[in-house]
Design a protein around this ligand. Sequence first.
Ligand code: NAP
Length: 330
Amino acid sequence: MILLLGASGYIGEAFTAELRKRNWDHRSIPRSEADYTRFTSLLELLRSLRPSFLINAAGFTGKPNVDACESQKAETLFGNALLPQSIAQACEVAGVPWGHISSGCIYNGGKILHDGQERIETDLTRPELQGLLTGRREQVRGFAETDTPNFSFRHPPCSFYSGSKALGEEAMTGIGRSYVWRLRIPFDAHDGARNYLSKIQRYAKVYDNANSLSHRGDFVKACLDLWERRAPFGTYNLTNPGFVTTRQVIQRVQDILKPRREFEFWTDDEEFYRLAAKTPRSNCILETGKLRETGVVMRTVDEALEDSLRHWRPEAPQNFSPAHGSLSPA
Ligand SMILES: NC(=O)c1ccc[n+]([C@@H]2O[C@H](COP(=O)([O-])OP(=O)(O)OC[C@H]3O[C@@H](n4cnc5c(N)ncnc54)[C@H](OP(=O)(O)O)[C@@H]3O)[C@@H](O)[C@H]2O)c1
C-alpha cells in the first residue's frame, strides 16, 4: 500500500487520480485525521499501516501566490523544510522508502554555451539572449540535479518560498531512502486557478521569461514510474524536456484557443517588480537527462502544451474559483 500525504492539494489530487487509474492500493491521510506533521504521530501511522512507499505531496505554497510566504514565514518553513525532515526521519526509523515533491524554483536562469564553455546566466530576459531563446536553442542548457541551487537562502537573493524548498531538500539529504521529485510551473487541460495556462490567460498583463514546465499528469506519472521500476533513489528534475518563453506559450494559446482578447506584457523586470510582485520570482531551465537515463519518458514541453490546449476544458467564469490561488502573478 502507498501512503499519500497532502492528497487534498493540487498535486495530491493528481496523484490520487493516477493511483486510481493504475489500480494501485493506496491510502490518503488528511492532517485532520492524523497529524502527520508530528514525528511521533507519523511514526505511529507508519508502524500501524506498514506502507510499502510514502508520497509527500504536502507543503506550503502560499496563497494566493508565493508573495504570501513572505508574510507567513513560520508556516512556510514548517511546511517546506521541517516537514520533509521529519518525514525523512520517521520513514528511516520505520524502514519506509518515500518520495518528496520539491520544486525547480530553487534555480534561477539557465546555462549558455559559448565557445565550448558553459556559463550560468541568471537573467534570460536580456535582449542579446533573445536570439538564443527563439532560434539557436541548442546553445541553451538547463540546470542538472548535480548543480547547487542558486536561488536559495545560501545563494540569495531568493523568495522565502524558494529558500524554504531548497532548505527542505537539504534537510532530508542522507536520511533513509527517498526520491526528491522537482516539479516546475504545473499545467494541464483543466482550466483552474492553479493551472499556469489558466493564469496566463487571465493576468491583466503577462510577465515574459524562459522556463521549463511540468504537465501535472505527466509529472505524477513520472514519479510513480520511477518507483515502479525501482530507479535509484535521489533527486530528479521532472519537467517536460525543453523550455518555452511566456510569449511562445501565449502564441500557442492564441493559435489554438483563439481568445477574444489581446495580451499585454510587462515592459521589463523593473515595471513588473514595482507594480505586480513583492518578492523575486525564479525563472529557470532544467535538464532532464537523468530522468531519461532511467528509461522513464516525459513528452516534450511543446507536445504537452499542444495536447493541453487542444483538449482544453474551460471553466465558466462564474465557476472560476480562486480558492487555491489568484490571478496575480505566481
Ligand atoms: N503548485 C505548484 O505550482 C508547485 C510547483 C512546484 C512545487 N510544488 C510543491 O508541490 C507540493 C504540493 O503543492 P500543491 O500546489 O499541491 O499545494 P496545495 O494545493 O496548497 O496543497 C497543500 C497540501 O499540503 C497539505 N499540508 C500539510 N502540511 C501543511 C502545512 N504545514 N501547510 C500547508 N499545507 C500543508 C495540505 O493539507 P490540508 O488539506 O490539511 O491543508 C494540502 O493537502 C508542495 O510541496 C509544493 O511546494 C508546487
